[in-house]
Design a protein around this ligand. Sequence first.
Ligand SMILES: NC(=O)c1ccc[n+]([C@@H]2O[C@H](COP(=O)([O-])OP(=O)(O)OC[C@H]3O[C@@H](n4cnc5c(N)ncnc54)[C@H](OP(=O)(O)O)[C@@H]3O)[C@@H](O)[C@H]2O)c1
Length: 420
Amino acid sequence: MKEIKIGICGWGNIATGLYKSITDNSEAIKNNSGLKIAINCIGARRDNPACDPGSVKVLRDIFDVVNEDVDAIVELIGGVETARELILAAIRNNKHVITANKAVIYHHGDEIFQAAREKNVKVLFEAAVCAGTPVIKVLQNDLAGNHISKISGMLNGTTNFILSQMEEGADFEPTLKIAQDKGYAEPDPSFDIDGLDAAHKLGILSHIAFGTNLPPKDFYIEGISKITGEDFKYTSELGYSIKHLAVVKSLGNKIEIRAHPALLINSSILASLKGVRNGIEIDSDLVDKLHIAGSGAGQESTASGLISDIIHLSSNSSNDFDIEKKENKKDVLDINNLSFQNYFYIESDDKNIISSIKSIVNNHNLAIEKIIQKDNLSNNLTPIFFITELCTEPQANMLLDEIKGMDTIEKVRRIRIESD
Ligand SMILES: NC(=O)c1ccc[n+]([C@@H]2O[C@H](COP(=O)([O-])OP(=O)(O)OC[C@H]3O[C@@H](n4cnc5c(N)ncnc54)[C@H](OP(=O)(O)O)[C@@H]3O)[C@@H](O)[C@H]2O)c1
């Protein structure tokens, strides 16, 4: 039986989950792949009461792992700069690298892949995007005969979990705490909430599908912190679900790339994915729309993605960890060049505000598709929501600013609506 020797760097949530999964599922791994995974050492600067590594050698300096008798190191320390140094040190020592760390691949992918090419070793990162839900190797291998035109989806399990719970009436803070307790949240949860985690994954997918650089040029990123329970109540009345959506599209020699909250029509497949599930829709010329959905966070799901890479490493000798670096000729389109329909939510102390809103929208040469006024809230403010017809980002922002500036307005929010 083939054997692969690995060293695990880091001894936190994901590393201990990987250890347990390899140990518990060793027979299944052997039967399914003909491979024995030997954990030869662990780089842990301190013990973790959640997991006893048994007789496996523990090194207190994670950098010592790269000098051990291992075929690959599995980088699970998170963060950017130390992780970069560790990965480059492993590559210099002719070790393959497997990582679940999207931030380091996003910020230093070009440098890391170049170093790996020079040493003829592989860097695999399936678990960095959607944990155990397969997407990286699907794009690199299974869809290699296609032209990809668009990838969109919910790439962050924590935000999809929080938004799904809020849709059911839960509040934001306690739901975030549950996500942390369940191990879904990133070590720093602001990465989830502010949209950065999804943006990192989107940058990686864009690199694989469209050859954009790592790091890519700046693109529009917005998190979920402004979404409230009221938004769910009213958008569901309109037939929409609120998701944190990441989108990358090829538009000739330009790339549209963005990550932000968006309304999705309830009948869409992505809208139906609730909880910690990640969902991705890939549009390509030969397959048309492909949907992939599954758990996108947590110890076990991430362990599945990491084990998939370990097996892939041992079974495939080609240098397929990276597409041939394409010359990046595609420019990232500024969000101000894009147009969306928009949902606006307003609270006003003027019960007759609708006519003023209509005339402001008219003055911007825009049209309202639907406008609804509800009964007064307990604080006596009048809630109103409306959907605009398609308008450019600058138009939508001007409208938002003008409404915000009205004396009678207490609250105003806007959420973009994603068209098909
Ligand atoms: N959580 C998820 O569901 C999920 C899903 C997919 C991918 N990931 C990725 O998996 C990676 C690990 O996440 P995690 O949730 O396991 O994080 P974690 O629980 O915070 O574990 C990180 C581990 O790395 C160690 N570490 C960090 N910096 C170090 C340094 N400079 N030197 C030595 N040890 C260091 C920590 O040691 P101390 O305990 O001593 O600080 C800890 O053992 C991250 O890149 C994350 O993005 C996570």
